[in-house]
Design a protein around this ligand. Structure first.
Ligand SMILES: C[S@@+](CC[C@H](N)C(=O)[O-])C[C@H]1O[C@@H](n2cnc3c(N)ncnc32)[C@H](O)[C@@H]1O
Length: 262
């Protein structure tokens, strides 16, 4: 990993930050609202009373929700602009959250063993050097503490992903390809539930594909003991819409990992 790579990721997310913050806070990120965040909360042990750091906290919506669950939260993100939005929300409605501009894959500057838990939602596939992120997480967590994160499922959201569709345009299968291609790339997309007639610049999201064994072996190599893996499906209600039915019936969208520091 080079400084240049991190600077490029930071620049991309600084460029996404204003639109992202607006859209997330308007509720346009329906995957988060009805699937990914509830699934992550179901997977988590109680956070009340714990010192928790959120790796790649973005504009802080989820960090604020963890604080509302009773955790004493710290959020770090590479993007100054994301952290600016997170701090503005904290100033407007204080929940006692401390934010810092820092990379989760370098020394974040906090003392060893200063947190009960590291959490991260949909951010660790967006940065280079997952191994370094796991070593930093291990350093920050107290013995007996845990790491819990969500990422796009690496076995299904592969660089060559394509849906097979029937005549009605409904997905009938997911074609996985280029699973082993670890070349980083920038993906352009917008939240699907945004009003279609609104002209916006799509997000430019740097992605760092890795395989399932890349993820799991890096967690183990850092010293953690993996205690649980989750591959949640959208619930029956969400599954009534085709966008979520695909991830209920055909393939896994999310990979959740829980690991403990012995
Ligand atoms: C998809 S957003 C998710 C943000 C937030 N966790 C959420 O769920 O809304 C990914 C975030 O990861 C951050 N990020 C990427 N690489 C990072 C790194 N090396 N260290 C810290 N944050 C990073 C980006 O700046 C961006 O804010």
């Amino acid at each position: 990993m080079t400084d240049e790579m991190l600077q490029d990721v930071a620049a991309r997310w600084n460029g996404n930050a204003d639109q992202w913050t607006h859209d997330v806070r308007q509720g346009y990120d329906t995957y988060r609202e009805i699937f990914t965040f509830p699934a992550f909360v179901d997977f988590l042990p109680p956070l009340a009373g714990l010192d928790v750091i959120d790796f790649g906290c973005g504009e802080g919506t989820n960090t604020r929700r963890f604080a509302q669950m009773g955790a004493r939260m710290t959020g770090i993100d590479l993007s100054e602009r994301m952290i600016g939005h997170a701090r503005a929300a904290e100033e407007a409605h204080p929940l006692g959250i401390a934010y810092k501009v820092a990379s989760y894959s370098t020394d974040t500057g906090f003392p060893d063993a200063s947190f009960d838990a590291v959490v991260s939602t949909m951010a660790l596939m967006d940065g280079p050097d997952f191994g370094a992120a796991m070593r930093e997480a291990y350093r920050l967590v107290r013995p007996g503490g845990f790491l819990a994160f969500s990422v796009l499922h690496p076995c299904f959201i592969t660089p060559g992903l394509a849906w097979q569709k029937n005549e009605a345009g409904l997905a009938t299968a997911l074609c996985v390809s280029r699973y082993f291609d670890r070349t980083s790339f920038t993906e352009e997309w917008r939240f699907g539930s945004r009003p279609a007639d609104e002209e916006i610049r799509p997000f430019a999201v740097p992605r760092f594909p890795r395989t399932l064994s890349d993820y799991l072996n890096a967690i183990i190599a850092a010293g953690f003991r993996i205690s649980r893996i989750g591959e949640p499906q959208p619930d029956a209600e969400a599954g009534k819409t085709p966008r979520f039915a695909r991830w209920r019936d055909l393939a896994a969208f999310l990979l959740l990992v829980m690991a403990e520091r012995p």
